[in-house]
Structure formats: structure tokens, C-alpha cells
Design a binder for this molecule. Structure first.
Ligand code: DOR
Length: 444
């Protein structure tokens, strides 16, 4: 038997006999883009060898929340630049959000995104449908699209002004959808009532006082109640408060949630003084008390997935005076190095990180062929060097925005090699192949 590629000598993060993720010294053989053998010792005579000695081999990481701005806002990002940034950051598949221009509220607009993506994406891709409270009949058409992970809604205004904030409309959406509803939970009424704070003290450090804990907690409580009344399930994005973590733990039977690296890394008020509007995002960066609760949820297993919420804006836009400055922090390229640095600091095990960005996204959304190193899986792999130390710099960022709020941070642990469909597409920051991402498939 001859293989297309053998990855030798690496430490795999893959399920053990008890199905739990473990770090194991194993070789992998790849044929026709699939993993076909995993063994302690695969003979180098059986095919070309990629030496992974000293490196960790992870399943290709899946970022389940990015904003790539196409169509409509491509001066900020497009599918090519966004997916290139993802690949450089060791991500092999992304789920992109519907707050593009126009918002994706119809099957035809959803299909347009897949059409625009063909041959331009450096990673695999999937697009959420959305709702602005009209076109209810389109919701199930979008959900039934073979490559669509589901419907995402905004309960509070953010970029794009795309919003559903009334209980009657949320109720309709829950009745007209079947897949787990994905939610940005900030309460619009609370946000509007407190907006004067941002006018009175127009400095970014007002952002988390304007969009306070109550606005997040209230929205999460409202959508949980509506979901329970409708016997439906939810996935709540970017949780930021200690209180929501507790509420969600009590609602595990119907709700999963996501935490972002931004909320684990940056802390108010320091980040606003140091970074100004570069730290401005929704829901906002909060204080240490909340950050500690989020870390606890990362370590104790309560949180299901980590996404980047990559939300690029140009530096010119970010330079507008607060609160006219847009909210959003780029992050698709920096999530992996930031989190590997935390792994090196002993804040979380590497296996837990892989659970959050591969194993659990696979299970939560039913992604086919991805997210786990196992026989028969697609050979999408993220190979990392946990020992490499380097300063994260704006010049490394591939996103059109060209910056990261973490510029100048020294990090230990970096992506080294990325394989897509069994081929090495990136090595040591060199792009080796033209874009060859494909739409993701879901078990429906
Ligand atoms: O800060 C944010 N920016 N939060 C969101 O939910 C949307 C995002 C964007 O699209 O810019």
C-alpha cells in the first residue's frame, strides 16, 4: 500500500479508547485527501513523509463565528482575504455571519454567498442565514440549504443595524425554524435607554457601562424563556457575564454557549485606556470579575465552543470619535496563537482548546468529515509548534484591516503547517497552494 503522505513523529490530539481527547504519539497516513491510517509507527517506505517531530498535530480548527463582509462591505474584508487570514492563523474552516449588505434573509442571498466563494476561499466555509423579522417563510429554506449551519439573529443593534428585538417576532422565528437558533443576546430596549451615557462621556471606556451587564443578562433570559416555551434549542454567542454563565449552566438541556478569546484576554477599564476604540466590540470587554467567571467556564467544561468573532473595520473607521466608531475586533488569525500561549501558561489544557474549536463544533452542528482526527475523516490538520516564541505584529495580519489589538504581544505557541484535504497549503507563513476551500456539509 502506498500513501500520498505520512505525518510522522508528531503528538496527535485525538480521541483515545474512552473517546476522550488525548495527546498521543502517533503517525497519520493520508490517501486521496482522507486519513486512512493512525498508528504508532507507519513505515516511511509507504509514502512521502512530513516530519512532525516536536510538533502537535490538531484536527483542523473550525472558527464558528467570523464576519467576512462579502457582499457589500468588501473594502473591510472579503472571502479571499478573510479566509487567507484564517489559514495563516491555523483555521481550516469558518462559519460566517449574515450581517453583510444586504443582510442574508433569503435563500437567494444565502446562495449568492456560496456562489461568490467558489475557488476563492483558502479554508472550508459555511454561511448562516439571518432574519430581520420578515420573510419568515425563507427561514426553513435557508436552514435546509445543504451547506448552511442554521439561522443567526441579533437581539441588540451591532454592525449592520440588523435586528430582531420584539418577543413576538422572536417567538415567530423560533416557531419557523428547526435547527438550534444562534443568538447575539443584548437587549435593545436597555441599550437604547442607556445610550445617553455614550453621548455624555464619549470615550471608549464608556462602552461597557452603556452596554452593561444587565443588557446582556436580560436578553439571554428573554430568549431562554421563549425557547423553553417553544421547546427549542439555542446557541448563545460571546457570553460576557458571570451571571449569564450561571443562568446557562441551569439551562444546559436547551442551550449551549460560546466564549471569545477577546473576553479572556482584555480587561476593562485598562483595555479602553490603552487601545481606545480598538477594544470596542459588542458585547463589550468587561471587568476582571466577569473575565474570571469566563475562565472558570472554559476550564470546567460549561462552555461548548470558542469562536473569534473576527469583525474587521478599517483603521480610518476605528479612528472616528466614540461612539460613532464601529464595534468589532479582528481575531480569526490570532485566536490560535493567543490560546496556545494560554496553554503554555497552564491556563487550559491543549485538549480542552481542541474540544472548543474542533470536537464540539463538529458535534454541535453535525459537521461532516471535519473536527476530529480519525480514520475516514478529511485530512484537514493544524500542526502547531508549542515551543516557538514570537512577537505578534500587525505586519503578520492578512486581513484587509491590517491590525490586531494584540500588536507587540510576545506569544509562545504558533501555527506551523496547515493541511487542507490532505495537502500542505501553508507552511511557516508561506501560502503554498491556490485557494481550495469547499463548502461544509452538515448532518441534518
Ligand atoms: O462588535 C461586534 N462587531 N459585534 C458584533 O456582534 C458584530 C460585529 C461586526 O460585524 O462588526
Amino acid at each position: 500500500m502506498s500513501y500520498d503522505l505520512i505525518i510522522k513523529g508528531g503528538t496527535l490530539v485525538a480521541p483515545g479508547a474512552d473517546s476522550q481527547l488525548k495527546e498521543q504519539s502517533l503517525d497519520i497516513a493520508i490517501s486521496k485527501g482522507k486519513i486512512v491510517e493512525i498508528h504508532h509507527e507507519i513505515s516511511p517506505a509507504k509514502g512521502p513523509v512530513l516530519n512532525a517531530k516536536g510538533l502537535h498535530v490538531l484536527p483542523g480548527l473550525i472558527d464558528t463565528q467570523v464576519h467576512f463582509r462579502e457582499p457589500g462591505l468588501t473594502y473591510k474584508e472579503d472571502f479571499e482575504s478573510g479566509s487567507r487570514s484564517a489559514l495563516f492563523g491555523g483555521i481550516t474552516a469558518y462559519f460566517e455571519m449574515p450581517n453583510t449588505k444586504p443582510p442574508v434573509t433569503k435563500l437567494s442571498l444565502l446562495q449568492q454567498k456560496y456562489d461568490l466563494s467558489a475557488h476563492r476561499c483558502h479554508t472550508h466555509y459555511a454561511y448562516f442565514g439571518g432574519s430581520t423579522g420578515t420573510d419568515f417563510e425563507e427561514l426553513h429554506l435557508m436552514e435546509d440549504h445543504p451547506h448552511c449551519p442554521g439561522i443567526k439573529i441579533f437581539m441588540g443593534t451591532s454592525t449592520g443595524g440588523y435586528l430582531v428585538d420584539q418577543d413576538e417576532i422572536l417567538d415567530q422565528i423560533l416557531k419557523k425554524t428547526q435547527r438550534r437558533l444562534v443568538v447575539h443576546a443584548e437587549d435593545e430596549t436597555t441599550l437604547q435607554a442607556r445610550k445617553h451615557l455614550a453621548q455624555e462621556d464619549p470615550h471608549p471606556h464608556t462602552h461597557y457601562k452603556w452596554r452593561n451587564e444587565e443588557s446582556a443578562i436580560r436578553a439571554t433570559q428573554r430568549i431562554l424563556k421563549l425557547a423553553r416555551d417553544n421547546n427549542r434549542t439555542l446557541h448563545i454567542l460571546h457570553i460576557t457575564t458571570a451571571e449569564e454563565v450561571e443562568i446557562l449552566k441551569q439551562n444546559r438541556d436547551i442551550a449551549t454557549f460560546e466564549i471569545l478569546p477577546q473576553h479572556l484576554t482584555l480587561t476593562a477599564p485598562e483595555c479602553y485606556e490603552r487601545l481606545g476604540t480598538l477594544a470596542q466590540m459588542n458585547p463589550p470587554i468587561r471587568d476582571k470579575r466577569h473575565q474570571e467567571a469566563l475562565w472558570k467556564a472554559i476550564v470546567d467544561g460549561s462552555v461548548t465552543v470558542m469562536g473569534s468573532d473576527h469583525a474587521p473595520h478599517t483603521l480610518e473607521e476605528k479612528a472616528k470619535p466614540y461612539p460613532e466608531s464601529p464595534s468589532g475586533i479582528p481575531g480569526v488569525q490570532t485566536t490560535l496563537p493567543l490560546m496556545l500561549n494560554f496553554v503554555n501558561q497552564g491556563r487550559l489544557p491543549l485538549t480542552r482548546f481542541v474540544e472548543l474549536m474542533a470536537e464540539n463544533p463538529k458535534k454541535l452542528y453535525g459537521i461532516q468529515g471535519k473536527g476530529r482526527i480519525e480514520i475516514g475523516a478529511d485530512a484537514d490538520l493544524t500542526i502547531v509548534d508549542l515551543h516557538q516564541e514570537k512577537v505578534l505584529e500587525n505586519k503578520w495580519i492578512q486581513s484587509k484591516c491590517g491590525y490586531t489589538p494584540y500588536d507587540g504581544m510576545k506569544l509562545k505557541g504558533w501555527p506551523k503547517i496547515v493541511l487542507l484535504n490532505g495537502e500542505v497549503v501553508l507552511q511557516d507563513d508561506q501560502l503554498l497552494k491556490p485557494a481550495q476551500g469547499k463548502p461544509l456539509n452538515f448532518k441534518k
